[in-house]
Design a protein around this ligand. Structure first.
Ligand code: HEC
Length: 134
């Protein structure tokens, strides 16, 4: 029974169009709706929720707070196979939206670009210690 349900979910995701549009910064609001539809059966997706329906699936809040977590890491995580998670084929923009939603838990909105890894490029970057109001 659960298996049929999972297949139905996977089929639904596969049917969404996969055209390669230019990547827009993710929209966390849309990401939340998508997460409710496609991830919530296994993952805890709420801000206060720490226990996932599927105990093996990390809560989104926990993912966001993993030290070193970045949009790139989530992107990679969502594009590789996992032992216990079905392979979800997400429309690129849907994936960006969900990533923006997950990362919003650490208080920072998704930006247009990843921070450069080269520290010499960071010398001109102004870091503010105040998190934006939600
Ligand atoms: C059928 C259950 C199920 C569904 C649906 C599901 N997940 Fe998962 N997910 C898991 C499990 C179980 C794990 C942890 C074990 C693993 O990595 O195989 C996991 C792990 C993850 C991870 C961590 C991956 C890593 O590299 O460590 C991310 C990110 C994630 N899920 C995101 C999502 C998103 C986003 C959705 C919805 C689009 C989703 N999952 C839908 C079960 C699910």
């Amino acid at each position: 029974m659960t298996r049929i349900l999972c297949l139905a979910i996977a089929a639904g995701i596969l049917l969404s169009p996969m055209a390669g549009h230019a990547r827009e910064p993710g929209d966390p609001q849309k990401g939340r709706v998508l997460a409710e539809r496609t991830c919530m059966s296994c993952h805890a997706i709420g801000r206060q929720q720490l226990r996932s329906p599927n105990p093996d699936a990390p809560a989104f809040r926990q993912l966001a707070r993993t030290p070193g977590m970045t949009a790139t890491a989530l992107r990679a995580g969502l594009q590789t196979s996992h032992r216990n998670m079905p392979n979800l084929v997400l429309h690129e923009q849907d994936r960006e939206d969900i990533i923006a939603y997950i990362l919003k838990f650490n208080g920072f909105p998704a930006g247009k670009a990843e921070m450069p890894a080269d520290p010499s490029l960071l010398t001109d970057t102004l870091f503010e210690s105040v998190k934006p109001k939600k």
